[in-house]
Design a protein around this ligand. Structure first.
Ligand SMILES: Cc1cc2nc3c(=O)[nH]c(=O)nc-3n(C[C@H](O)[C@H](O)[C@H](O)COP(=O)(O)OP(=O)(O)OC[C@H]3O[C@@H](n4cnc5c(N)ncnc54)[C@H](O)[C@@H]3O)c2cc1C
Ligand code: FES
Length: 322
């Protein structure tokens, strides 16, 4: 049985109740975990009531739809950006940091579905942009696709600790965003979103990323942009000094697990009161809390599905750094 103390990224959204309610595995609702009493901490619309009122069905299940490829730009031999016409409503939902979609070629089987972050959501045009690092079977197939791609989404859990970025009191907070490699794609969506209300400093490691991509998609706002090679030893000192000088309220990391741990530890040590949000680097296959690809063992011996679980507590967010 799931532990109701974890937060679910979909609770209270248009995708709640989800498939987990059907089998008494809801992450939030004690009734939908098979217990008699109501003792959840969720302060929004009652999930159990929604489930009963909705005839015990999944609300608004996410389904594949065909989206026109409106543009494709090759930035490097193994880095492309695709623009997909998804409609205004979908683009609005995709504009929130942490949004990602599953994409597959329409002639490919469902197991080719690839999780990819939204890098830009153009609401006026109803178009989203995704940056794809071409590696192996799934991404090579996507890169060759023509005409249309099948899209499923929107999924919300691309950033663990997302509440620290999207909560209403974020206005005026001083924020540092660190991105390396393809982590730049979700970093661009996040920085462009936060720049509307905040000062955001960026540290970018350009390894395997193109300057043109930054020029095309990164907007403008108050803050500095530094280009640092995280693989070089000297970065720790520079970053440590920067953290202490600037006293950031929030640090957001879009890097590999190795640097999440290294930089995450540095942030905890130098800025113990700062909130930390990190890219969700778990293996994600269904995104619905069903397949188990993203499951990790929790501290109490329970199982946590990292495609659904999120948290706004720094201690939890940092414990998710593998
Ligand atoms: C929430 C999320 C957002 C992502 N956003 C982007 C993005 O914006 N741009 C981008 O280029 N890549 C992104 N990725 C990674 C992308 O999904 C993988 O690179 C892709 O699935 C690799 O498939 P492949 O067949 O080409 O290569 P493979 O050889 O199968 O995999 C290459 C690497 O990707 C990992 N990987 C494979 N499948 C998955 C999966 N389902 N979930 C997570 N990691 C996987 C492998 O373990 C390996 O480390 C994201 C992953 C997640 C979970
Ligand atoms: S990706 Fe399937 S359970 Fe999380």
């Amino acid at each position: 049985m799931s532990d109701h103390s974890v937060d679910c990224i979909d609770v209270g959204s248009e995708n709640c109740p989800c498939y987990l309610a059907l089998t008494n595995d809801c992450l939030i609702c004690s009734r939908l975990q098979g217990r008699e009493g109501c003792d959840c901490n969720w302060k929004g619309v009652c999930v159990y009531n929604e489930f009963i009122q909705g005839n015990r069905r999944v609300n608004n299940p996410r389904a594949d739809f065909a989206a026109e490829i409106v543009y494709r730009k090759n930035y490097l031999d193994d880095l492309i950006v695709l623009g997909l016409r998804v409609g205004k409503g979908f683009a609005i939902k995709a504009s929130r940091p942490g949004s990602y979609v599953f994409l597959r070629d329409k002639n490919s089987e469902s197991y080719y579905a690839t999780p990819l972050c939204v890098m830009e959501a153009n609401i006026e045009e109803g178009i989203i942009a995704v940056a794809i690092k071409i590696i192996s079977a799934k991404t090579k197939t996507l890169a060759k696709a023509e005409g249309q791609l099948m899209v499923r989404g929107i999924y919300r859990n691309g950033v663990l600790g997302i509440d620290s970025i999207t909560f209403k009191h974020v206005k005026g907070k001083k924020i540092l965003v660190v991105a390396k490699g393809i982590g730049l794609a979700p970093a661009i969506l996040t920085a462009n979103y936060l720049w509307r209300k905040n000062r955001v400093d960026l540290i970018i490691d350009m390894e395997k990323i193109s300057e043109d991509l930054i020029a095309d998609y990164l907007g403008e706002g108050e803050g500095t942009i530094r280009f640092i090679q995280l693989n070089e030893e000297g970065y720790r000192e520079d970053m440590g000094e920067l953290l202490e000088k600037e006293q950031y309220d929030i640090v957001v990391l879009f890097t590999s697990d190795y640097f999440l741990e290294q930089i995450g530890n540095m942030v905890r040590k130098r800025l113990p009161r700062a909130e930390l949000a990190v890219s969700n680097n778990f293996r994600i296959c269904c995104g619905e809390g069903i397949c188990g690809a993203c499951t990790v063992a929790g501290k109490d011996g329970d199982w946590i599905k990292m495609c659904k679980c999120n948290t706004n507590h720094i201690s939890h967010a940092s414990s998710y750094i593998k």
